[in-house]
Design a protein around this ligand. Structure first.
Ligand code: NAP
Length: 493
């Protein structure tokens, strides 16, 4: 089994305790992906110290010089794209096509952030005082902790790191325990690109210990977190207690509203892709469909037919549509929710079982599952399941559909299918999510547009788009009095 190390101060090192853990392929439970360091508070401390030391040199490197490193990383990632995509599938389980798309997404954000190296604008404005120049300038936030989930093990770290690096910050990266190989590959890319030692540090291992150590360390200036609402909320509160800048992107319970005038074929395609693509393990996955009653029966018939046509198997096979869940914890959780749905009285219209026999015995496979006749007060209607489980609701009109859509604590992404512009805008203006789609799946986003949620789905500044650079910088306001005479006027504040 290959043993991988932490990356601290430009060196690949073992954890202070010397303890390690193993990660296995979710499609082949006995096939080891590798052995990784079980980091502790001591390793977190060493990584923060390395980042602190590297910070001044990187922060004082002109932004176009920092961009040159990112452009090299882009080129290296392009060269290693297939290897990295296969690592994603082997470690996280998603279909290889989705993994290739994820690598492309990471490259897009690195390219976008690198371009910012020549565009890190402040602004100048006339001063109310004579002989005075007033302007703003952006300064790096400092040392930033990057804490990420397993479901996009390359793209999410990249969409935090690339903007953070171009802004001149030094990073301590704590990836999810289940996907450390992807994190190692990302660190290798930046190392090869010539990132100075200590600017990016990687520590693998359990979040509870290492993550809390990063938030509480006074040498860390900010935390960029993506993961569950439970952990994100606790981190945000802990960060607030020490006045630390924290951004937290968290869970979702994304709904599609299907109106009676919609293009049914297009809607079915988008909903099936949204619900079962990447095995439903996307923060933007479609987990609810709210259907106007006039087309409810037609939709359910089409949905069940398409779901039955999905091929379940090892994601490394390019013909596979739905691959295994990421691990035992995910498998148990999804099956538990399916049990809860049945107990609550929802109609289990398709699937519902853990798959067994042949290759299925080797991995964490759950059938794509559809519950119909779901009511908004059920747990499966409100809580994030994070697996291939779709809940279907009936609504009498758009107003009731929006009420159901907004009835959950989450507010990440949403979609409406309709040809009626008036109803589309009524929806856009009232739906409570940070990202809104019309006639398209709830999925994804483009790197040059902000990404994030409302309510329990997100707090702190948005990621991606120009907003990403706001989180990773402090804005400094400068006043220069270049007159010769002493000022006579009163100061206002
Ligand atoms: P998670 O359990 O919250 O873990 C996320 C990260 O936090 C992991 O690196 C984890 O480490 C670490 N962590 C755990 N406990 C911690 C603590 N006490 N202090 C600091 N860090 C800690 O989430 P997950 O299961 O990996 O990811 C799935 C969740 O992410 C879903 O809810 C999904 O919706 C959400 N997500 C949101 C977005 C978005 O942009 N809104 C995108 C993708 C995913 P360990 O792995 O070692 O526990």
């Amino acid at each position: 089994m290959t043993a991988y190390k932490n990356y601290i101060g430009g060196q690949w090192v073992e954890s202070v305790s010397g303890r390690t853990y193993q990660v296995y392929n979710p499609a082949h439970k006995t096939e080891a992906v590798g052995e990784f360091q079980t980091s502790s508070v001591d390793d977190a401390g060493a990584a923060v110290a390395a980042a602190r030391e590297a910070l001044p040199g990187w922060a004082n490197t002109p932004a176009p010089g920092r961009a040159a490193v990112l452009f090299r990383a882009l080129e290296i990632m392009g060269r290693r794209a297939e290897e990295i995509a296969r690592a994603i599938t082997t470690e996280e389980g998603k279909p290889i096509g989705d993994a290739r798309g994820e690598v492309r997404r990471a490259m897009n954000i690195i390219e976008y952030a690198a371009g910012e190296g020549r565009r890190m604008f402040g602004y100048t404005t006339p001063s109310e005082l004579p002989n005075t120049v007033a302007y703003t300038v952006k300064r790096p936030l400092g040392v930033v902790g990057v804490i990420t989930p397993w479901n996009f093990p390359i793209a999410i770290p990249a969409w935090k790191m690339a903007p953070a690096l171009i802004c001149g910050n030094a990073l301590v990266f704590k990836p999810a325990s289940s996907t450390p190989l992807c994190a190692v590959k990302l660190a290798e890319v930046f190392e090869e690109a010539g990132l100075p030692p200590g600017v990016l540090n990687l520590i693998t291992g359990p979040g509870a210990q290492v993550g809390n150590a990063l938030v509480e360390d006074p040498r860390v200036n900010g935390i960029s977190f993506t993961g569950s609402t439970e952990i994100g909320t606790a981190l945000y509160a802990r960060g607030a207690g020490v006045l630390k800048k924290v951004q937290a992107e968290m869970g979702g319970k994304n709904a599609v509203i299907l109106l009676s005038d919609a293009d049914m074929d297009k809607a079915l395609g988008g909903i099936v892709q949204g619900a079962f693509g990447s095995t439903g393990q996307r923060c933007t996955a479609t987990s609810r469909v709210i259907v106007e009653e006039a087309v409810y029966d037609e939709f359910v018939a089409g949905l069940l037919e398409r779901t039955a046509g999905l091929r379940v198997g090892d994601g490394i096979d390019p013909e596979v549509d739905v691959s295994p869940l990421c691990g035992q914890g995910q498998y148990d959780k999804v099956l538990e929710y399916i049990g809860v749905g049945a107990e609550e009285g929802a109609n289990l219209a398709y699937g519902g079982r853990g798959l067994t026999g042949g290759e299925y015995d080797e991995g964490y496979y759950v059938e794509p599952t559809v519950f119909t006749d779901v009511s908004p007060d059920m747990r499966i209607a409100k809580e994030e399941i994070f697996g291939p489980v779709l809940t279907v609701f009936k609504a009498k009109d758009l107003e009731e559909a929006i009420e159901i859509s907004n009835s959950v604590e989450f507010g990440l992404s949403s979609s409406v299918y309709t040809r009626d512009l008036t109803r589309a805008f009524e929806y856009i203006n009232t739906v409570e999510t940070g990202m809104v789609h019309v006639n398209a799946p709830t999925l994804g986003g483009e790197v040059h547009l902000p990404f994030g949620g409302l309510k329990s789905s997100g707090v702190g500044q948005r990621e991606q788009g120009t907003e990403a650079f706001d989180f990773f910088t402090e804005t400094i306001t400068v006043y220069i009095d270049h007159g010769e005479a002493a000022r006579q006027q009163a100061r206002f504040i």
